[in-house]
Design a protein around this ligand. Structure first.
Ligand SMILES: [Zn+2]
Length: 100
């Protein structure tokens, strides 16, 4: 059975500024810059979790500073990238075209 985390109520949340590379977190994908940010650790440590509830969370994206209200239904579990950048997530980096 998949564990479920339920969020209720309306509250201000703050994004985690430091992510442990390779660890799983629960957060949102920023509406403005589309980068993911974390609010809390994924208690399962695997991303195998269901997120629900009717909460709304007001949170500021640590990447671009955009403050928005997100619904609990927009929450996602994601794995922080391994490597030096704590802000980037896996599978989003695209190679730069070489030369112009
Ligand atoms: Zn952002």
């Amino acid at each position: 059975m998949t564990p479920e985390l339920e969020f209720k109520g309306d509250f201000d949340a703050s994004a985690k500024s430091m992510l442990v590379p390779g660890a799983w977190f629960i957060g949102f994908a920023c509406v403005a810059c589309r980068d993911k940010f974390a609010l809390l650790d994924d208690p399962t440590g695997s991303g195998n979790i269901r997120l629900g509830g009717n909460a709304t969370l007001r949170v500021t994206c640590p990447h671009c500073g955009d403050t928005r209200t997100y619904a609990a239904g927009q929450m996602l579990a994601f794995q922080a990238a391994t490597g030096r950048s704590s802000a980037k997530t896996l599978g989003k980096r695209e190679p730069q075209p070489s030369g112009l």
